[in-house]
Design a protein around this ligand. Structure first.
Ligand code: CO
Length: 479
């Protein structure tokens, strides 16, 4: 065994479990129901996880839209069974758990309510890594005495770390800025699974030189590198990594916890976890699997998407491109779109490819190929080009911006914090939804998702019957 894993002080790797959020989001389109989490909830609490991710990302959206479940109830219910392990959620900065920037009053109310329902750790990120979009969330997280985990989206413009934009200095500077903002921990968030083992070794080693804050790594197995990446990150001193129980791991999800636990046994970074008990918990997920089988993407033989190693385009973005091209009867132009994406992305200021910028760049690239470059411009692309999402990593192309501004008659680009240009929204939402929103939680569901939120509230209060394909198969029994 390498000396580096034996010598020096004992320093167990801490494990965050993502089974109840990113795990089923990645392999089952976020469809896991609360009732299927409860049978193993208490045992999960006993495993010694640093935290359990239970909320955020697409859960809020999917729960009210497709599962007929009140999103606010999940953390409250789980908290009755999971009393020791802190809950963490993924928060898209000023986008909260939606797809656009919300006004500050909505952000404040949302964060306060999330603290109230049991969220202890907030992993905050912004698609552009523009920290001004963290500001309002962070004020409320801190005011509530909760843990602010600052996350930086890992992105590349080439197969390995480096180049003019996403180089070592870029990530180190962002992490320093997060520390200055009052972060309680720092997370490298690699949503596309593109961080490679030796690059993460360099990055974590560098971060460890200047910060005492815990460093957390989140990656996806998508490209096939993630387990190797964790091992090198652990050798470099990463404090916490995200995993899932084996049935919800690999593919486009996180690495599995069980092999990691055994790999580290007997080293100074031994997790101390009991692999037999973890395997037992996985058996429950196998048992409920048939219910969710139809959401499992299994069209391909390969468990990994090796293509992402070559072009850094996240898997979810590719499936969107393909369906968009199919609709336009232009699937034969996919290779041209692959070639167009880096060009359009550069003109758009080289945003990381994560929700929502991945879709914005993808859709515009398809339009550029099919209709001719910037003959058509999507509204979201236009917003991105005038600064409404925030500051892009590199300046946007001035010629393309000129085209955009010509269409937005008289508008000048925004250089300040985007949310400073958004009027308060809650009072207006309250007026529109009226008595259908009976609680502050209802009002937030509507404020975040006006059309599907209103539909959900009609189901919730029996104004309209909940369709059979939405209805939970059995009532969730509280404790
Ligand atoms: Co993720």
């Amino acid at each position: 065994m390498a000396d580096i894993m034996k010598e020096g002080p004992i320093n167990p790797v801490k494990i965050q479990d993502n089974t109840f959020r990113d795990g089923h989001q990645s392999i089952y389109a976020t469809r896991m129901r609360t009732e299927d989490m409860l049978p193993i909830a208490e045992q999960m609490d006993d495993m010694g996880f640093w935290a359990m991710e239970v909320w955020g990302g697409a859960t809020f959206d999917t729960m009210h839209r497709f599962l007929g479940e009140d999103p606010w109830e999940r953390p409250k219910t789980l908290k009755k069974y999971i009393k020791k392990t802190p809950f963490t959620m993924l928060l898209r900065g000023q986008n909260l758990v939606g797809y656009r920037n919300y006004a500050d009053d909505v952000v404040r109310a949302f964060v306060d309510k999330s603290c109230e329902v049991g969220i202890d750790i907030f992993r905050v990120f912004d698609a552009l890594n523009d920290l001004r979009n963290f500001q309002t969330c962070v004020e409320r997280i801190k005011a509530n005495g909760k843990h602010f985990q600052g996350a930086i989206c890992y992105s590349l413009t080439q197969p390995r770390l480096g180049g003019d934009v996403f180089n070592l200095k870029y990530f180190v500077d962002k992490c320093k800025a997060l520390e200055a903002m009052g972060a309680d921990s720092i997370c490298i968030k690699d949503m596309a699974g593109i961080v490679s083992p030796y690059d993460i070794f360099d990055l974590i080693s560098e971060l460890k030189k200047f910060t005492k804050l815990p460093v957390h790594l989140h990656t996806h197995y998508t490209s096939g590198m993630a387990s190797m990446t964790y091992l090198k990150a652990i050798e470099a001193g990463v404090d916490i990594v995200d995993t899932c129980l084996a049935p919800y791991a690999l593919r486009t999800a996180m690495p599995a916890v069980e092999p990691l636990v055994v790999t580290l046994q007997g080293t100074k970074r031994d997790t101390g976890m009991d692999v037999r008990r973890l395997i037992k918990l996985g058996e429950h997920l196998e048992k409920i699997a048939p219910k969710y089988q139809k959401h499992l993407a299994s069209a391909k033989l390969s468990l990994i998407d090796a293509g992402v190693l070559a072009h850094q385009i996240p898997g979810g973005m590719i499936s969107n491109l393909i369906s968009q091209l199919k609709e336009m009867n232009a699937l034969d132009r996919l290779d041209e779109v692959y070639a167009e994406i880096p060009r359009t992305r550069k003109e758009a200021g080289t945003p990381p490819l994560v929700t929502p910028t991945s879709q914005i760049v993808g859709v515009q690239s398809v339009m550029n190929v099919v209709a001719g470059r910037y003959k058509m411009i999507s509204n979201q692309f236009s917003d991105l080009m005038v600064g409404l999402y925030g500051q892009t990593p590199t300046p946007v192309d001035p010629e393309v911006q000129k085209l955009v501004l010509k269409r937005r008659k008289g508008q000048t680009p925004i250089t300040g914090r985007p949310a400073d240009h958004i009027e308060p929204e809650l009072a207006d939402a309250k007026k529109k939804i009226g008595d259908l929103a009976k609680t502050d939680e209802d009002l937030l569901v509507y404020a975040l998702y006006p059309s599907t939120g209103e539909q959900y509230l009609k189901w919730k209060y029996g104004i309209e019957p909940m369709p059979d394909n939405v209805k939970p198969p059995a009532e969730v029994k509280g404790k």
